[in-house]
Design a protein around this ligand. Sequence first.
Ligand SMILES: NC(=O)c1ccc[n+]([C@@H]2O[C@H](COP(=O)([O-])OP(=O)(O)OC[C@H]3O[C@@H](n4cnc5c(N)ncnc54)[C@H](OP(=O)(O)O)[C@@H]3O)[C@@H](O)[C@H]2O)c1
Length: 347
Amino acid sequence: MFNTFMSAKSTERVNQQLFLKRVPTGIAGPDDFEVREARIPALKEGELLIESHYLGVDAALRLIIRDSDEFLFRVKPGDLVHGSFAGRVVESRNLNYSPGDHVLGSLGIQRFAISNGEGLERCDINQAPLDAWLGGFGVSGLTAYFSILEECRPQPGQTVLINGAAGAVGCIAGQLCKMAGAKTIGLTGSTEKCGWLVDELGYDLAINYKDDDWFEQLERAAPERLDVIFDNVGGELLNQSLKLIGMRGIALLCGSTSQYAAEEMQGPSNYIWLGTMRARLQGFVIFDYAHRYGEARTKMANWIRDGRLKLPSWTREGDISDFPAVFQQLYEGKNLGKALIKLPSAD
Ligand SMILES: NC(=O)c1ccc[n+]([C@@H]2O[C@H](COP(=O)([O-])OP(=O)(O)OC[C@H]3O[C@@H](n4cnc5c(N)ncnc54)[C@H](OP(=O)(O)O)[C@@H]3O)[C@@H](O)[C@H]2O)c1
């Protein structure tokens, strides 16, 4: 079997790929990466060629390009940069996929990827548009869905604090907490983003953590303490917030963005409040729920249809070479919702 979607065969196409040039210090920037071009080899039996339309820009990339083997994955200098993309099958020698199929996978920051089908997800673009499959309808939204609804389980009348609230996970998490009837407070890095959280996503209140008195503002906003701290960023925001954890509350560690680029990672010194308040600090990894993604997406699709759930994305039009600058902007807090790059092939 050999199907081609467009006129050119794989061997006539040129791939553009992003490689890590060196281990970054501080926020990674354009000088830490390099773009290379390569001819695409002919497909072997069982393989398919996918052309990327959207690239996900994920905060966790900064963690895996550290000079350390301690974490789940590692990208070393000279390696293809790890990342997710959503695109379309353009050629197939795999019986399960045909040209024109939309798929999603951890296929790296490149224009084309060859896959044997392992780890790929099909994207039903009638359920949600392709770009959403990398954001609110993809890992970010599913992370919010399962961590909030299965682990944190906010109740009507409770108070939830979400840091990284305007990011890809936080913006969905906040909407789910509101649906559950909880008072929802967001922490983010600008007045404009605070306004967006309240006006567009229905957060009850949002606080700019760059204000000198952000913690006093939080104390006033949560007089009955915090039943849930949903932690995307770690560092001082988590540390200070722990002083307000409520009786039998939960601080859920979803991510630690503030620590990924830190020379030495800092843990929370205010952990003592967990003991006093019989509260718990709990980890979370979305892959534990992989067998339930379909169920979550069916519910989310209904909420989107009813207008109860929005899937915000911050999409930059560009190419492989634009990825490092957009990644830097993510760490500068420019994004509202999921950061994505839309490649010329998406048009
Ligand atoms: N556990 C899991 O299975 C799982 C799955 C997906 C993602 N995650 C993690 O969840 C976290 C959020 O991911 P995301 O995709 O939603 O990223 P994101 O929030 O869309 O992007 C990063 C945001 O973090 C904030 N930020 C950057 N540096 C910061 C700092 N030093 N202190 C405080 N805030 C900072 C910025 O917003 P401000 O303007 O607010 O500063 C920025 O917009 C990440 O740590 C990610 O690794 C975990």
